[in-house]
Design a protein around this ligand. Structure first.
Ligand SMILES: NC(=O)CC[C@H](N)C(=O)O
Length: 192
């Protein structure tokens, strides 16, 4: 039985918990979900989700709780992680914003709110490397990825800008894969 941790200091938690359970099911795996609000949980997890929300708030709370160092150690151990939207911003190496203490897990520079404000949220059928048909990608005040390091693979783009990347065992998306019935991004991150 795998243990999936969903970082829940702020942001959309229940949807990720559902999506990872559905993805595990499809791949004949089973997993329990741990909601992570304090230190001490991440080290016991086999896979980790870093959800969207507000990256300034998330990064501050992670540091306050001492969860930031545990996530770094988790990544350093090569365990799989999915970081979405604000989670991607927090996982990046540079958010070009002093209020976000990035974890430097993905060698990318991000541009917060690059696709506009809440009112500019959109859904698009996105071609993603590793999926055999387009993924319904929901963008909500989403970041774009500006620069990617040499070890980063770009899996999807919108208007030529990367919106899904992979580096080692970490997958990052600008969009919210947990907000559709389609759990293939969670499958890609953890079970393939
Ligand atoms: N949906 C989201 O996670 C939005 C991210 C938010 N705009 C931020 O910069 O943190």
């Amino acid at each position: 039985m795998l243990k999936a941790g969903v970082i829940a200091v702020q942001g959309d938690v229940a949807e990720h918990a559902d999506a990872v359970r559905r993805a595990a099911d499809r791949h004949g795996e089973s997993c329990t979900v741990e909601i992570v609000r304090t230190a001490g949980v991440v080290p016991d997890c086999d896979l980790l989700l870093l959800p969207g929300g507000e990256s300034t708030t998330i990064s501050r709370l992670l540091a306050d709780e001492g969860i930031d160092e545990e996530i770094r150690a988790f990544a350093a151990a090569g365990k799989p992680m999915l970081a979405t939207c604000a989670g991607l911003i927090v996982a990046s190496s540079d958010a070009k914003d002093d209020r976000v203490a990035t974890l430097d897990l993905l060698d990318v520079t991000v541009d917060r709110n690059a696709f506009g404000r809440q009112a500019d949220s959109f859904e698009t059928a996105l071609d993603v490397t590793g999926l055999d048909s387009p993924f319904p990608a929901v963008f909500i005040r989403a970041p774009a990825i500006d620069e990617v390091g040499p070890d980063v693979e770009v899996l999807a783009t919108v208007d030529g800008r990367p919106v899904a990347v992979r580096q080692g065992a970490i997958l990052g998306t600008s969009f919210h894969p947990e907000l559709t019935d389609d759990s293939r991004i969670h499958g890609l991150a953890f079970f393939e």
